[in-house]
Each structure stands twice: as C-alpha cells, then as structure tokens.
Design a protein around this ligand. Structure first.
Ligand code: KIV
Ligand code: ZN
Length: 506
C-alpha cells in the first residue's frame, strides 16, 4: 500500500485572500459541503479572529463536517487569536488550531522584529497554549522556503517538542526550485528529532508557476500533507491547485509511493462551484478543470482521439467528472471529426453527399471560430431546403440607416438558372428585401409571422429566421433560413416559404 497523502484544503482561508474572492458564510458552507463530498482530509475554514464573519464560518463549517474531516482555524502565534479560534472550533468533531509565525530573515527582521531565539520562544508558547484547547495543533513556519535551514530545523524541533501534531513548511512566496524545496524537506526529516512522529505538511504558492511541482517534490521527499485550493485560488498568483496535486498523485502514485482519498470525479464540479461563487474565472487552458482541458481542435488531433482517446489524452475526462472528450469543430477540423459529430447527431451521408456537407461546413467554419451542433443542424436543414428550391438567392444587398430610405437590390435565380434582378424601397431593410422578392416572385401571400433567433453563441452566431406566409386560400407555409448575416437569413427564409407555397400549387 502506498503512503496516504492528506489533502488540506484552504480555499476558504488562503483562497479567499485572493483579491476579489471574498465569500459570505452561506457561500462558504456550499463550498465546504462540496469539499466534504470530495473527501478532503482537512478544511481550513477561516481565520476566526480576523472578523465576526470568519468566526461564524469556522463555527458553521465545524457543525456540518463529519468526524472524518478535520476543521481547522488559522491564528497568529498570539494568545487572543488562539482563544478565539478555539471558541469557533468548539462545534467541530475534529478541531485543529493552525498557529505559527514567520521564520525567514526578512520576516524576523522586518515584520516581526524578533531574534531567532525570541521566535522559537513564541512558537513554543503558541503551540503549548493551543494544546490547552485541542489535541491537534499544526505549526506553520511562514516563509520557510527562504529561511535559514539550520534555524528552520531548530524552530520545527521546538514546535514538535511543544506538542505540534503537524508541522507546516510553506514556500510562502513560491521562490524555491522544486528540487531545492524537496531537499529542505529531506533535510528536516534527517535532522529534526521527533519529526517521524508528526505529519509534515507543505503549503506552496504559485509565484513562479511551480506550486504544484514544489508540492510534489515535497511529497517525494517525505511530506504527507499538501495544502492547496480549488482552482489554485489564493494570494497573488495563488496557491497549489488541489485538482493538480490530486491528479499528479493519481497518475504517478507508484512512483511517488502515494495516494489520496479524494473522489476525483467531483473535481470539475468543485472547480465550477468555486468559480461561480467567487467570480474568479478559470482560464480555459487550466490543467484538469479548464474548459479546454479535454477539447481537441486540430484535425490531426481529432483524428487521433477518434481512433483512440489516449493518443492525445492522459486522463479519462470521466475520472475528473468532466463529461467527455470534446471535439471542437472549426475550420481546422477534418472529415473524420465532422462525420463523427454528424453521426452522433443522427445524420449519416453517402460519400458524395457528405463532401458537399463538408464544404458547407467549411464555409460556416471560415466565418466562425467554432461550429456548434445547432450550426450543423442548420447546415443539414439548409441543404434540405435548397434541394426543394424553385427560386434561389443569387445576391442581396441593402443600404439602410439614418436618414437613408432602406433600399434592397436583389437577384433571384429561377429553376432554369436565369437571373432576375430588381431594387425596392421599404420601411426597413427586411421590408425592402421582401418587397423586392415579391416583385420577382409574384405570388399572392401575406407575411403573418417573422421571428429571428441566434442559434449559437457569440457575436459571430448564426441567425435563424422563421417566417410564416398565408396564401390567398388561407393555407399557411413556414420558411426558415440561416446565415451569419441576418438580412441573408431573412431573405432565405422568405424564399423558402414561397417555394413551398408554389410547389404545393404545381
Ligand atoms: O503562505 C503561507 O505561508 C500561509 C501561512 C499562514 C500558512 O498562508
Ligand atoms: Zn499561503
């Protein structure tokens, strides 16, 4: 059996320190429920002395957490902080006080204005004081990543002797190279008396984009708890992303001699929840949980994934609750991807028929970044309409706007291939076009309905127009047309309705 790595989630404390990400108690409870569902080992629920809201959140989360999940409150190495945290944690079945202070030269000299010995005294006192309230006390050595290693060993040993059950070695500024940070952990394990009896935790930040690498290297060197946040939320460039650490451990568990108890199928849901509650958007290409994490856009990749998913995917999307692999249809997509998606939508075509569908698809794709299912449906339906056409659109142009009189110039092509061109005025651009159509296709009808909708997302969406015309005998005919240009889709829809009306009477 591999080593169990505890996942300590600090989304609700360090994550919330991300500018603009503050949450109220209700929102924190929603996230906490998801963290519990995901099986995290520890939830750092807040910094109780910092505000009544944080106090309440820690107390409420303590109430809902089961006896498998530790609830932790942060404090400075200050008695009052510890007393308030202990009070907030009274509701928790498994309470933990997380106390500590800065240990790097700049923290000691510039922030705390303490000598190393004074810092050790403060650490011993804080841990002992916290142990009066709870059995589980985690000591953090803030900015350990830039601390003098001999001093770090001394203060950690003092904290362990004072009763710390967990020692947290943060790279607060994300400064280290992963192997140097790993070496610090290995050195602590070698030199600190009693460290084998406590959990070594690591808490890394992403200032150089290496938070996950730092945490993994620490695990490789003996750490058995990783502190992290959903989506890597946190101060400045953020904390270690929980989903990344968990999936690295899952993918390389044997090599790392490590596993976690996280229900990985809940990762995507957790990511979306945190993003929607905090308003912090997840970048599209974010590992594991970005919307593009399992999306394939180039024709070569799509062809590979359709033949065998693992040609371009190392994780099964289902394992992180991400639905499935996505084939993004765009101008770079090939025949295989289009045929596959069409088949999923229930359309199969003979080769020559498919080729003309593919060409129609490329025309749409050239105008749009991404072609959606609704676009494909429109392409297929447009084709069905065109095959029944008596009149087809040759060209349409309108000039309109204030203070112009809307004018349309229109060319329709009849069944024999002859072009008919006219111009007409109207009360608006569509009215002008419809008057021009009526001049060419002279068939008695009344336009009884006109509706337009965007069939896909974005500014480059296809606009689909539906019209209903009533013939002289009261019979109603529906026509549809779609195009990126709504004047073109309006024209196509009207012609489509009139073609139906005429063919019904032939
Ligand atoms: O980054 C850090 O060092 C911290 C500590 C308070 C644990 O967040
Ligand atoms: Zn931090």
């Amino acid at each position: 059996m591999t080593r169990k790595i505890n996942i300590f989630d600090t989304t609700l404390r360090d994550g919330e320190q991300s500018p603009g990400a503050s949450m109220n108690t209700e929102e924190k409870l929603i996230i906490a429920r998801q963290l519990i569902r995901m099986n995290v080992d520890v939830i750092e629920a807040g910094f109780p002395i910092s505000s009544p809201g944080d106090f309440k959140s820690v107390a409420e989360i303590g109430r809902i957490a089961d006896d498998r999940c530790t609830v932790c409150g942060l404090t400075r190495a200050v008695d009052k902080d510890i007393e308030v945290a202990a009070e907030a944690l009274k509701t928790a079945k498994r309470p933990r006080i997380h106390t500590g202070l800065g240990v790097s030269p700049s923290h000691l000299r510039d922030k705390l204005r303490m000598t190393e010995d004074e810092a050790i005294e403060r650490a011993i006192h804080a841990v002992k004081f916290a142990r009066n309230f709870v059995d589980d006390v985690e000591f953090y050595a803030e900015d350990a990543g830039r601390a003098d290693q001999d001093f770090l060993c001394r203060i950690i040993e003092a904290a362990v002797k004072a009763g710390a059950t967990v020692v947290n070695i943060p790279d607060t500024t994300g400064y280290n190279m992963p192997w140097a940070f790993g070496a610090r952990i290995a050195d602590l394990r070698e030199r600190v008396d009693g460290i084998e009896d406590v959990t070594i935790s690591v808490h890394t930040h992403n200032d150089l984009g290496m938070a996950t690498a730092l945490a993994i290297e620490a695990v490789r060197n003996g750490a058995t708890q990783v502190e992290c946040t959903i989506n890597g939320l946190g101060e400045r460039a953020g904390n270690t992303a929980l989903e990344e650490v968990v999936m690295v451990i899952r993918m390389h568990g044997q090599e790392l001699d490590a596993h976690t108890d996280i229900v990985t199928q809940e990762l995507t849901r957790a990511s979306k929840l945190v993003s929607s509650i905090t308003g912090m958007t997840v970048q599209a290409n974010k590992a594991i949980v970005g919307v593009n994490a399992f999306a394939h856009s180039s024709g070569i990749h799509q062809d590979g994934v359709l033949k065998a998913r693992d040609t371009y995917e190392i994780i099964d999307p289902a394992d992180v609750g991400a639905g499935g692999s996505q084939i993004i249809l765009s101008a770079r997509s090939g025949h295989a991807a289009l045929r596959h998606r069409m088949a999923e939508l229930g359309y199969t075509f003979e080769d020559d028929e498919f080729e003309s569908i593919y060409q129609a698809f490329l025309e749409v794709a050239d105008k749009k970044k991404e072609v959606y299912d609704e676009d494909l449906e429109s392409i297929v339906h447009e084709r069905e309409r065109v095959t029944k056409a008596i009149w087809t659109l040759g060209a349409v142009q309108v000039s309109c706007g204030f203070p112009l009189t809307p004018t349309a110039t229109l060319t329709l092509v009849d069944e024999g291939g002859e072009e008919h061109t006219v111009a007409a005025f109207g009360t608006g651009p569509v009215d002008a076009v419809y008057k021009a159509v009526n001049q060419i296709v002279s068939v008695e009808n009344d336009l009884s309905e006109f509706a337009i909708k965007a069939v896909t997302r974005g500014i480059d969406a296809l606009g689909e127009v539906t019209v209903r015309v009533t013939a002289g005998d009261g019979q109603v005919y529906t026509g549809r047309g779609s195009d990126n240009d709504i004047i073109v889709s309006s024209t196509k829809a009207y012609i489509n309705a009139l073609n139906r009306l005429i063919s019904d009477r032939q």
